[in-house]
Design a protein around this ligand. Sequence first.
Ligand code: HEC
Ligand code: HEC
Length: 236
Amino acid sequence: MATRAVVLFTLAALTAVCEGCGARSNGSPAEPGSPDFNDLPFPVHLTAQQSKGRKIFEEACASCHGRAGRGDTATTPTVDGRLPDLSDKRYATLTPTELAARFAAAHGESLRSVVTAESTRAALSYLPVLAYPVDAAGSAVRGRELYGRYCSSCHGIHGDGNGPAAVLLDTRPTDFTRDPLVMARDFDALVRDIRDGPGLPHISSMPSWGPVLNPEALADVAAYLPAFTETRPRHR
Ligand code: HEC
Ligand code: HEC
């Protein structure tokens, strides 16, 4: 474990030195706002209305609700009222009318000066996406942010194992576009590999993420990995 931590932090340091050596080749995390982040595939195909809604949600709602709907933002402590976890699976089962009713009950007319009725409808059409995948734990939208921060340096923004730090490793990072566990959506096995490391301690270059990511985050990042395969579902 100690050795792995050293490897991990050495890599982080090595790749940090490279900061500014070009959008694709630097090893800095692909976080929201960074040039690479938008290139990370989105985990579901969105309708035109949902794409518009995603933009509105991220601009007008995420300051309180968080981009993944978890309510874990810097402004959260200043918000009056308890923020719901919009990534909860039950939101995927609500009809647009039910969602609109909840929105109205919570917000009334208070956001009218910020978003039009039409934009609100679009934002609400996007909400069920935050609960994806409905048949497994974790939020793939949240996982996308975690992947950019913690995984893309080795596994790459295309998930093919060609991240900027991959050249520093003696084992090639797994190519998620053709990984059997990812294609089978075997989330339990993926969570185990991510948490404990898939190989023998001190031999595999894949760090164990258990000390860094809590169980919720592990489920989120595992839920995101199928985004790199060609089997991305179209959201209803
Ligand atoms: C200023 C912070 C803030 C902003 C901005 C904000 N919300 Fe909220 N939202 C809240 C809080 C706090 C609650 C919980 C209110 C309560 O329970 O009384 C809430 C509740 C909700 C609910 C109801 C959830 C439920 O199950 O009852 C929905 C839906 C919702 N917000 C959607 C949105 C959308 C869509 C936007 C952007 C157009 C948005 N919110 C912008 C703070 C915010
Ligand atoms: C320091 C580089 C590095 C980082 C950062 C990294 N990995 Fe890996 N990962 C690897 C390597 C190398 C392998 C191949 C390990 C082996 O074959 O022993 C691997 C293998 C895996 C596997 C095994 C796949 C399988 O199906 O067998 C999974 C899952 C995985 N990584 C997920 C992640 C996730 C999720 C993150 C971010 C939280 C991450 N990795 C971050 C280098 C890395």
